[in-house]
Design a protein around this ligand. Structure first.
Ligand SMILES: Cc1ncc(COP(=O)(O)O)c(C=O)c1O
Length: 442
């Protein structure tokens, strides 16, 4: 137990997720306050947030408008049952989200996280084919290096071995496309790599193997985030779209990271000019302030469920906290800020500055590759022989303790995704500090 009362007095009871707990409790990385582009340690030290928290705090931390909206909502309506009842702000938010979504994606089912959003989308896809008289379409296709959260559906279609191997057989009837990263062909590419569209044709191979009549959906992140910012090769998503349309397979874009401005647009679908059948979102919808996620579906998907008797539930799925009043209020205030501050366009304008800044690390002896698109970027570090992940972990540690900067580590890859309010000087500062960290861990 720490004698320092500015820190929580029992670090032991909290089993931190995706964290080496023993190490953390020996040398905690504690955050107790946030404002704008900064976090603050319990002793008041300012920490530059180079990750928008965990890819979520896009409008900057503790924005007054969002704080007030949440406070006011808490005093007005704490909770309304979500099954068979509703409250106005959830409807308003769904309409606002639908208006930001591409094509005829115009119905939103709310949940509370990206993981729930992925499982919600997969379940809707299965149920959709069943109500359409195609109940044989049960197979789900994900992609290597994909991350769709940690629930059983998302873990099953996900493609990160460390997240999968512990949990038995996961869902049956799942297959995976190859990931799209190839260092020999793509190293140090800014934006979408030219090489790799042909990997979309693997979907045809899986159709030939399993038959289209058995396949319900393909789920991909339009830009893989958690495995190190892998922008889609030029033409790749278009290829997936064509094949899904041809074979009656639903295409799901997991936009939990890419949604709400990370790539300079409301959705990656808009940026890449490819309209999926379902989009999942979370994180940026409330800028991380209150947990919320959801699935946006095309009109005909929603309509397919509307043919039963009037009193019978149309979709047997949902959460107690779907569209929770505090989350809905936070979401509305966050969307207002995206508009008021023109944050999506701001991210577009900052993209080349960010890209040049991260690419300036090229040539450092610890840098094996750099990828960047929108206000997201990642560097692959040269690993320490025989100790995979150690270089990445030490880099994250030193960034926090010595350079007062938060970066995101995934193995030996470090990702950057600052809040969309980040200033040019702060972007320069991020990579200035990061270079110092690299020199330290080299
Ligand atoms: C693409 C994607 N999907 C799903 C998730 C899971 O979100 P959550 O942690 O809110 O369950 C994440 C989280 O990083 C993500 O990046």
């Amino acid at each position: 137990m720490s004698a320092d009362m500015s820190a929580p007095n029992d670090l032991e009871s909290n089993w931190l997720p995706f964290t080496p707990n023993r190490q953390f409790k020996r040398e905690p990385r504690l955050i107790s306050r946030a404002k704008g582009a900064y976090y603050y340690k319990p002793d008041g030290t300012e920490v530059l947030d180079a990750t928008a928290g965990l890819w979520c705090c896009n409008v900057g931390h503790c924005r007054d408008e969002v704080v007030q909206a949440i406070q006011q909502q808490a005093g007005e309506l704490d909770f309304a049952p979500t099954f068979q009842f509703g409250h106005p702000k959830a409807f308003e938010l769904a309409s606002r989200i639908a208006s930001l979504a591409p094509g005829d994606l115009d119905h939103v089912l709310f949940c509370n996280s990206g993981s729930e959003a992925a499982d919600t989308a997969l379940k809707i896809a299965l149920a959709f084919h069943r109500v359409n008289g195609e109940a044989s379409r049960t197979r789900l296709i994900g992609r290597e290096r994909g991350y769709h959260g940690v629930n059983f559906g998302g873990t099953s279609v996900g493609g990160m071995v460390g997240n999968r191997k512990w949990y038995g057989n996961l869902l049956g009837g799942v297959d995976h496309l190859s990931h799209t990263y190839n260092r020999a062909e793509q190293a140090f590419a800014k934006g979408q790599p030219e090489w790799g569209a042909h990997l979309g044709d693997e979907l045809q191979r899986l159709v030939d193997l399993h038959d289209a009549s058995t396949i319900a959906a393909v789920i991909v992140e339009p830009m893989a985030g958690s495995t190190g910012v892998l922008p889609p090769p030029v033409g790749y998503l278009q290829r997936l779209r064509e094949l899904c349309t041809k074979h009656g397979i639903l295409l799901i874009f997991d936009e939990v990271i890419t949604g709400f401005g990370r790539l300079g647009y409301a959705t990656a679908a808009e940026r890449f000019g490819v309209t999926p059948d379902i989009i999942t979102f979370a994180k940026g919808i409330t800028s991380g302030t209150v947990p919320m996620g959801g699935a946006i579906v095309r009109k005909h998907i929603y309509e397919a469920f509307q043919s039963g008797p009037d009193h019978v539930i149309d979709l047997f799925h949902g959460y107690t906290y779907s569209g929770h009043p505090l989350a809905a209020a936070a979401g509305l205030a966050t969307l207002d800020l995206y508009r008021k501050d023109n944050l999506f366009v701001r991210a577009q304008a900052l993209e080349p500055i960010f890209a040049d800044a991260i690419m300036s690390l090229k040539g450092h002896k610890l840098i094996a590759d750099i990828r960047t698109i929108g206000l997201a970027g990642a560097v692959d570090l040269v690993p320490i022989d025989g100790l995979p992940g150690k270089r990445g972990f030490e880099t994250m540690r030193h960034a926090f303790h010595d350079e007062n900067m938060m970066v995101r580590v995934s193995g030996d890859c470090i990702a950057f995704s600052p809040p969309l309010i980040v200033e040019k000087t702060q972007i320069e500062e991020i990579f200035h500090r990061f270079r110092k960290v690299l020199d330290r861990v080299a």
